[in-house]
Design a protein around this ligand. Structure first.
Ligand code: FAD
Length: 288
C-alpha cells in the first residue's frame, strides 16, 4: 500500500505553557515530514495576533510549509487582506480560507461592517492577489448552517471555482461518510483534492461536545467502546486503534492525504502515523 501524505492542524498558544506545548507538538510531528501544517484562527477572530505569531515562528524555525487559517469574522475586508499580505511578506503563501465561526452565544455568523459576506468572497479576494495557495473547509456531514448535504456540495463547488486549490473536511468517524461525500463531489464536477480531516480522540467528553456542535455523527459502537475504555483506563489505546482503522479504510478507498486535528497533543497522532507505517525520516545530519 502506498503511504499517504499527511498534514497536521495546530492551534496558537495563549500563554507560555501553551507555547511549550505547541513547540513540543512541532518537534514530535515534524520528523514525519508532513506535506504542510496549519494553524487555526480562534472563533470570532480572537487569536488574530497569536495565530500570526505562531505561523511566522513555525515557518521561520521549522522549515515546514505552514498554512495560516483566516476567517471573515469581525474584520473589514481591508483588515483581512492586510493580514494575508503580512503573511505573504514573511513567505507564508498557504491559507485555509474560512467564513469562520462567531464567538459563542452571538447567534450565528454576521458579516462585519465592510467585511467579507461569505467564504466565497474571501477566497475570490485572496485568489485575485495571485499570492496564495488556498485551501477551504468541507463538510461530509451537513454543516449546521446548511439546508442540506446537496447544498454543502454545491457551495463547495463554488468555493473551488472561486479559486480554492483543495478542501479539508470536518472530522468524521465513519469512512463511508467520507466516501459518499467524495462521490457526491465528483458527481457535481468537483475535481480538486478533498482531504479527510481525522480527529484522534484525546478527550472523549470534549470530542463528544465538539461533534455535537458541528453535526458529526458518533457511531454507537464508538460511544460504547469509550464508556468501557474510560472504566479500564485504556482510552489512548482505543483512540489510536479507532483512528488507525479509519485511516486504513480511507487509504484502501484511494485516499492519498490525511489531515490530523492534533489539538496540540502530538502523541496520538504520532502513534497513528507509526501504526500506518509512516515513520520519522532520519536526516543524514542526524546519522553522521
Ligand atoms: P462555508 O463553507 O462558507 O459555509 C458552511 C456551509 O454553510 C456551506 O457548506 C453551505 O452549505 C452553507 N452556507 C454558508 N453560507 C452560505 C450562503 N451564503 N449560501 C448558501 N449556503 C451557505 N473556524 C474558525 O473560527 N477558525 C478556524 O481556524 C477554523 N478552521 C477550520 C478548519 C477546517 C478544515 C474546517 C472544516 C473548519 C474550520 N473552522 C474554523 C470552522 C468553520 O469556520 C465553521 O465550520 C464555519 O461555520 C464555516 O466556515 P466555512 O468557511 O467552512 O463555511
Amino acid at each position: 500500500m502506498t503511504q499517504p501524505k499527511i498534514s497536521f492542524e495546530f492551534f496558537p498558544p495563549k500563554n507560555l505553557e501553551g507555547s511549550f506545548r505547541l513547540w513540543d507538538c512541532v518537534n514530535v510531528l515534524s520528523p514525519l515530514a508532513p506535506d504542510f501544517v496549519s494553524v487555526t484562527y480562534g472563533a470570532g477572530g480572537t487569536t488574530r495576533q497569536l495565530t500570526h505569531e505562531a505561523v511566522g515562528t513555525i515557518h521561520k524555525t521549522s522549515g515546514l510549509t505552514v498554512a495560516a487559517h483566516l476567517t471573515c469574522v469581525d474584520a473589514t475586508r481591508a483588515e483581512t487582506l492586510q493580514i494575508a499580505e503580512d503573511y505573504a511578506a514573511v513567505g507564508v503563501t498557504e491559507i485555509v480560507a474560512l467564513r469562520g465561526d462567531p464567538p459563542k452565544g452571538s447567534g450565528g455568523f454576521k458579516p462585519a461592517v465592510d467585511g467579507f459576506q461569505s467564504s466565497i468572497e474571501l477566497i475570490e479576494a485572496l485568489s485575485d492577489t495571485g499570492k496564495f495557495r488556498i485551501r477551504v473547509g468541507a463538510y461530509p456531514e451537513k454543516h449546521p448552517d446548511s439546508p442540506s448535504s446537496v447544498s454543502d456540495v454545491q457551495w463547495l463547488k463554488r468555493k473551488i471555482e472561486a479559486g480554492a486549490h483543495s478542501a479539508i473536511t470536518q472530522f468524521f468517524f465513519d469512512a463511508d461518510t467520507f466516501f459518499r461525500f467524495r462521490d457526491d463531489c465528483v458527481k457535481a464536477g468537483i475535481d480538486a483534492p478533498i482531504i479527510p480531516g481525522i480527529l484522534p480522540i484525546e478527550n472523549w467528553n470534549g470530542a463528544r461536545k465538539f461533534a455535537q456542535a458541528c453535526g458529526t455523527h458518533i457511531p454507537q459502537l464508538i460511544s460504547d467502546a469509550f464508556d468501557h475504555a474510560l472504566r479500564d483506563g485504556t482510552q489512548d489505546l482505543l483512540a489510536t486503534a479507532l483512528a488507525t482503522e479509519l485511516c486504513d479504510k480511507l487509504i484502501e478507498g484511494g485516499v492519498d492525504h490525511l489531515h490530523f486535528y492534533t489539538l496540540n497533543k502530538p502523541e496520538l497522532t504520532r502513534d497513528v502515523c507509526h501504526a500506518l507505517g509512516i515513520k520519522p525520516r532520519v536526516s543524514l545530519e542526524n546519522v553522521a
